[in-house]
Design a protein around this ligand. Sequence first.
Ligand SMILES: Cc1cc2nc3c(=O)[nH]c(=O)nc-3n(C[C@H](O)[C@H](O)[C@H](O)COP(=O)(O)OP(=O)(O)OC[C@H]3O[C@@H](n4cnc5c(N)ncnc54)[C@H](O)[C@@H]3O)c2cc1C
Length: 507
Amino acid sequence: MQQMVRKVVVVGGGTAGWMAAAAFGKLLAGGDYSIEVVESEEIGTVGVGEATIPPIMDFNRTMQINEPEFMRATQASIKLGIEFVDWTRLGHTYIHPFGTHGVQMHGIFFHHFWLRYRALGGPLPPDAFNISAIAARAGRYGPPVNPAPTPLPPHAYAYHFDASLYAAYLRKMAEGFGVKRTEGRIVEVKQRGEDGFIESVKLADGRVVAGDFFVDCSGFRGLLIEQTLKAGYHDWSQWLPCDRAVAVPCDRLPTTTPYTRSTAREAGWQWRIPLQHRIGNGYVYCSQFMSDDEAASLLSTRLDGTARATPRPLRFVTGIRREPWKKNVVSLGLASGFLEPLESTSIHFIQSALARLMFLFPGSTFDPETIAKYNAMAFAEFEETRDFLVLHYNAVERDDTPFWRHCRAIRIPDSLRAKWEMYKESGNIVAVPGDLFRESSWFAVYTGQGCIPRTWHPFANIPNEAELNRRMNLMSADAHKVANGFPMHDDYLRAYCAAPPMPGKPM
Ligand SMILES: Cc1cc2nc3c(=O)[nH]c(=O)nc-3n(C[C@H](O)[C@H](O)[C@H](O)COP(=O)(O)OP(=O)(O)OC[C@H]3O[C@@H](n4cnc5c(N)ncnc54)[C@H](O)[C@@H]3O)c2cc1C
């Protein structure tokens, strides 16, 4: 077989660029491939993106990353889920935890039993059946053990980490695999005459970097995929209206909470991501309802500690490239599209795009059907997550500001409407293979935001009331026993992966 791709050029050295370079470096080792990353320190990276979700474990496993070393190097803490404050209504709080709630019974999901239990007056909330949620509230963490000590499935977790340290960690790893790094600002992109494929990029100092296959990780600008190949963009801001963010780190508190906090604000929401050396904060907002100055000033009054830098403004358009892969360019990270960070999905999208790309890597041709399949899979993944995010904004009681009235009035996508109607009517949540957010996640957010269906699966009626209560109490007791047996999160971090102090480091 003729091997069409020998030289892979990764344009950009942010999280996407270095994740791609490290993965290519490791997985293509021993083959007839060379990998070169071109990045520009002058342009810099977006520098945010610090909360992750559990599938990052798959990436770390593939890369054979040593967990305590990685956590030390990136000042990481544990994330067990997201606490949503003031979303449903002011004063209301719920957790979207990782992992599942309870256990399946009679072949159906736990949430059906909870719905019946609740209707019969059962007092325990969904969180009482999820180990991650209980541990998060208690500020505790311990690693999952296999086999689990109870019939409940093992809990799940992810990380908070410093974005710039993460890119540096991956860069070191990639360079260790033989990836070449070239510093320089790309000023020109050269296309082949006959088919418009990219041939090379030219740097400001005149150097030329040629390649067979280009991975565009140049951030929002989409240097190759959009500025050169005009792949187009599905703009989804009619459903997710936030289009700006301002980010600022602040001093840490004595306690490192093992979860992200998302607090709904007057024109968007504020994130709080606790790391070992500092807390990352940001206000994601809609420019139609709030000015940049106002957002920056409100954020700075709502920090847990002294700000460590001047607030950093960011602009984005929610959506996805029409063709994330076009000709011999695949876009990754922000170059491929962006859904606001409400459920911390962007780093995951880089990882899942890489997995897809490895799976569909070009051999002797750039097969249009393979490219179309890749793009369809990317679209489906983004669309499902978009719907999940829209649910957070639309299923609210809040109507206290013009922004929230606007969100409540949004005409939701038909794909979400179909899911939501089904849930309202039957309690059914159907996650198909490839869906990132599974039954437990939808259940947590539906319930957290006050959506209670009319009924539940008929099999949830099989146990009589006393038996149902017995099982529910048993499951909750088990979940509490596991979670309360964990050490405090800070004690765990100290013993397992204490990171060196970073005096004076702003971000
Ligand atoms: C407000 C906000 C909050 C976020 N929070 C999260 C989160 O909590 N969790 C999460 O998973 N994700 C989050 N993300 C997304 C996350 O930040 C990105 O997915 C991640 O940082 C990847 O960025 P990137 O590498 O695609 O782009 P960038 O970091 O922008 O990197 C672009 C690279 O391209 C290079 N480049 C650009 N132009 C040129 C040129 N002409 N010549 C040479 N090099 C060039 C730059 O130098 C840089 O190295 C957030 C994003 C935003 C905007």
